[in-house]
Design a protein around this ligand. Structure first.
Ligand SMILES: NC(=O)c1ccc[n+]([C@@H]2O[C@H](COP(=O)([O-])OP(=O)(O)OC[C@H]3O[C@@H](n4cnc5c(N)ncnc54)[C@H](OP(=O)(O)O)[C@@H]3O)[C@@H](O)[C@H]2O)c1
Length: 241
């Protein structure tokens, strides 16, 4: 049984906490004695997190997750809901089938909507909803068609979330990572050191962002309700291309 009684601490519910930015965020919350529910198909590497195996493309799997969480919360709780999991395909406007687009939107948009609706009734004042967006929430590059669409839609969701939750004491923000050294980046770009160095050189510090740096930004957003409806860029000063 989870101990989710009201406390000054936070219940962090983090999607995509099995790797990369999500795992780093789980670690950061755990290090300050918050409770972490890690949502992904694989378990969180940090064993103090409560991992609930979930496939965000499956309605049944999301229903089971929601049932497991809500059956253990009987009072409003200070929650940080981090929408971090995402699917990224290489595709383009001329080559993206409806099914492929749907699969990306299921993970990156519909899953978020389901979780928001199910968990909002349990979120006390001081809670937050942090969306992990991308530089591609605000611009497009070639070859990432469905991902760009989904990240722009997430930005709209975050802004609408802020407007709809006025007066609730719940705040929201979007954290937009630059090129961050994770599985997703390496899957997309490959393991060629030269390519990774070139990408890393596209900011003022000439290196990739570390997942821990994004995690720290997520916690900062959660802790500061003044950051509400805001887009928070964490990219080491990316060069404009
Ligand atoms: N890395 C970058 O350069 C970068 C840049 C901009 C934005 N971002 C954003 O940062 C966020 C985290 O990405 P990352 O770089 O940390 O990627 P990552 O290391 O590949 O992690 C992605 C996470 O999403 C989870 N996930 C994917 N599909 C899922 C599904 N169907 N159901 C449940 N979980 C699913 C994965 O878990 P399982 O595989 O275990 O299910 C994994 O934990 C994403 O929103 C991404 O768009 C990343």
């Amino acid at each position: 049984m989870l101990d989710l009684r009201p406390t000054s601490r936070t219940l962090a519910i983090i999607t995509g906490a099995s790797a990369g930015i999500g795992a780093a965020t789980a670690k950061a919350f755990l290090e300050r004695d918050d409770t972490v529910i890690a949502v992904a198909r694989r378990p969180c590497p940090h064993t103090k997190a409560i991992s609930i195996a979930t496939d965000l493309t499956s309605n049944e799997s999301i229903d089971a997750l929601i049932q497991q969480i809500t059956s253990q919360i009987d009072v409003k709780t200070r929650i940080c809901l981090v929408h971090n999991a995402a699917k990224m395909n290489k595709d383009s406007v001329g080559a993206c089938t409806d099914d492929d687009l749907r699969a990306v939107l299921d993970t990156n948009i519909i899953g978020i909507n389901r979780l928001n609706q199910a968990l909002l009734p349990y979120m006390d004042a001081g809670s937050s909803i942090v969306y992990v967006g991308s530089t591609l929430a605000e611009k497009a590059v070639p070859g990432s068609f469905s991902y760009v669409i989904s990240k722009h839609a997430q930005l709209g969701m975050m802004r609408a979330t802020c407007q709809d939750l006025m007066g609730s004491g719940i705040h929201t923000a979007m954290v937009c990572p630059g090129f961050t050294d994770t599985e997703m980046l390496r899957t997309h770009l490959g393991e060629d050191t030269e390519v990774l160095n070139t990408i890393g050189a596209m900011n003022s510090f000439s290196r990739l962002v570390q997942p821990e740096e994004i995690a720290s930004g997520i916690l900062f957003c959660h802790d500061n309700p003044a950051i509400n409806g805001s887009v928070f860029h964490l990219n080491l000063g990316q060069k404009e291309s």
